[in-house]
Design a protein around this ligand. Structure first.
Ligand code: ZN
Length: 278
């Protein structure tokens, strides 16, 4: 059994949640990170039972966030939605919810305003998450996605949010380090060290292809691109990260391949990066 999770987005066009669970078991992966739509597709209760009976660890739930909105009502709706997502994470036995924080509010170019809405949004759900014993993993997204998906784009911003909302250092808040989004950051190692063991609660693996044809659906398989995965893995290890790294590849190409082959390759490639560390 390998300490590796499948993020179910990787095989979302080939496998539903049931098939993904079976696939993880067949390929000796220890964990799974389901997406909400796939959970709700077969129902929360059935998904919870399926996951709990599977013997796999559920190491995350995708995703919450999307806080900015151009009205008070819209922002309130987002907070209610995030509370439901926390409940669902609890039901399926996930220790955390991944937060894709949201980009600009509709018809707005107020980036600093959007960032404030993200801070306020996380602030509004943190106690709810804490009482459910669910962590919130802030995932910075590549700056080219600042408008549409997340205005939190660097590990420094994510660390700043943690500092602002949990000054005592308690750790309901944490950070998901997705190599695709942060590999280019000159402060990468420094900010991984700053986050430290208690905040590093997600480590997502894929690769950056050259050229990249689509910002969301053209991720590479580990080893096919230009990210120095080994060096990032070493930084994570040295900073005290002790979780289950996760394969997360959104890719039209890999979605067109047989899922068993995708997992087989991903497992081998991940092993090269992670062996001796995790
Ligand atoms: Zn990710």
């Amino acid at each position: 059994m390998m300490n590796l999770a499948l993020n179910t987005a990787t095989t979302r066009h080939q496998w539903d949640l049931r098939a993904a669970v079976e696939g993880c078991k067949r390929h000796g992966l220890s964990a799974i990170v389901p997406w909400r739509d796939q959970v709700l597709e077969i129902g929360l209760e059935k998904s919870s039972k399926l996951l709990r009976d599977s013997g796999l660890a559920v190491t995350g739930y995708c995703r919450g966030g999307m806080f900015p909105a151009n009205s008070e009502a819209g922002r309130r709706l987002a907070i209610e939605e995030n509370r439901r997502i926390i409940d669902e994470a609890f039901a399926i036995g996930s220790p955390l919810v991944v937060l894709v924080c949201g980009g600009l509010a509709e018809d707005s170019n107020d980036l600093s305003g959007a960032r404030k809405m993200v801070l306020d949004g996380i602030h509004s759900i943190i106690n709810y998450a804490r009482s459910a014993n669910i962590k919130l993993a802030i995932e910075p997204l590549h700056p080219m996605q600042a408008a549409e998906r997340s205005c939190i784009n660097t590990l420094a911003q994510a660390n700043d949010i943690c500092d602002a909302l949990e000054p005592s250092g308690s750790s309901t808040l944490g950070i998901a380090v997705d190599v695709y989004h942060v590999w280019w950051d000159p402060e990468l190692k420094k900010q991984i060290d700053r986050a430290g063991a208690s905040r590093l609660i997600g480590f997502h693996l894929c690769d950056w292809l050259v050229p990249t044809h689509h910002l969301v659906t053209d991720r590479g398989m580990m080893g096919d691109g230009v990210i120095n995965l080994e060096s990032i893995a070493i930084s994570m290890f040295n900073a005290g990260y002790k979780g289950t790294p996760e394969v997360e590849i959104f890719s039209d190409y890999w979605w067109s391949q047989p899922a068993d082959e995708v997992i087989n390759i991903a497992r081998k490639r991940a092993q090269r990066v992670l062996e001796r560390l995790f």
